[in-house]
Design a protein around this ligand. Sequence first.
Ligand SMILES: NC(=O)c1ccc[n+]([C@@H]2O[C@H](COP(=O)([O-])OP(=O)(O)OC[C@H]3O[C@@H](n4cnc5c(N)ncnc54)[C@H](O)[C@@H]3O)[C@@H](O)[C@H]2O)c1
Length: 299
Amino acid sequence: MKVVITGAAGKIGRWTVRTILEAGHDVTASDRKLREESASKKFIQAELRDYGQVIQLLMGCDAVVHLANIPTDIRNTSQAIFENNMLVNFNILEACKDLKIQKLVWASSETVLGYPFVQEQLSYLPVDEEHPTNVRSSYAMVKLLTEQLSGMFHKLTKTEVVALRFANCYEPDEYEKIPRMHWTETEKDIQKQNAWAYCDVRDAARACLLALEKKNLGNQVFHITAPDTIMPDLSQDLAKKYFPKVTLKRDVNGHETLMAIDKAKEILGYEPLYTWRSVLNEDGSLKALPEDQLSLTSI
Ligand SMILES: NC(=O)c1ccc[n+]([C@@H]2O[C@H](COP(=O)([O-])OP(=O)(O)OC[C@H]3O[C@@H](n4cnc5c(N)ncnc54)[C@H](O)[C@@H]3O)[C@@H](O)[C@H]2O)c1
């Protein structure tokens, strides 16, 4: 398949380019900034707020993996995030319509569920794709609006549109920071904001590949996370301690993620392979690193 990957110079994009290339697809990587070490030989620098550039970039491709957005609420004003992300996402959908592109896979976010989670607005745990959305930032607003726009474009065009709601992504060399960043008493409280969900970039990249290759998906939203939470505690204990009034929709085993990935498992065949537990001991000390835990930049 001829695939264009946007946001290819970014954190998830760099791994996604490699994964989709390794699966044998013809990849054109794109970003507004250049990244010399992009795994793809074909790299087109493009500003996606400019529709002419989007059309030229996507012309002739079979599918698009769209990852180019400002990825966070911090470090940018609400207006800058809304203006960039909304226009870019609209341009990509519009170009898929105009160019009759068969498949669009794009990065939505856990934040549409209500980040930061507060007990009163959580209907149940684990949160699944049926859970009501509850946006609290312009970043999350754009992701939710794009999910809604995707439904409209799908009806208009029959382009298959797959939104992957990634949890907070980690590169392999970032796991060392977890105890310091998430396990202290104050941080534990902050981490409950997304029900302790996270995702390894390599699993995020593989989810993009699975969504790309799976046929007849129509218009879909999937949660994509690690198999477990970011905490050493049992998931049921975390839920009981930090969200005592929230009911568990089903049994939760061991350290299982509280952002449910059952739908992605069932429909996409997604099985997350990476967890901090293979890198760190439960006291936070480092295990001996297996070779595939090296960071991309050190390869
Ligand atoms: N990293 C996470 O934890 C996380 C979690 C959930 C969702 N996401 C989403 O996944 C996607 C990728 O995130 P990331 O962490 O790799 O971000 P990143 O910032 O590392 O990469 C995003 C890339 O998009 C490019 N970009 C932004 N606006 C552009 C524009 N107007 N034209 C062309 N290129 C543009 C940037 O140059 C950047 O290289 C984003 O849509 C983000 O919202 C990320």
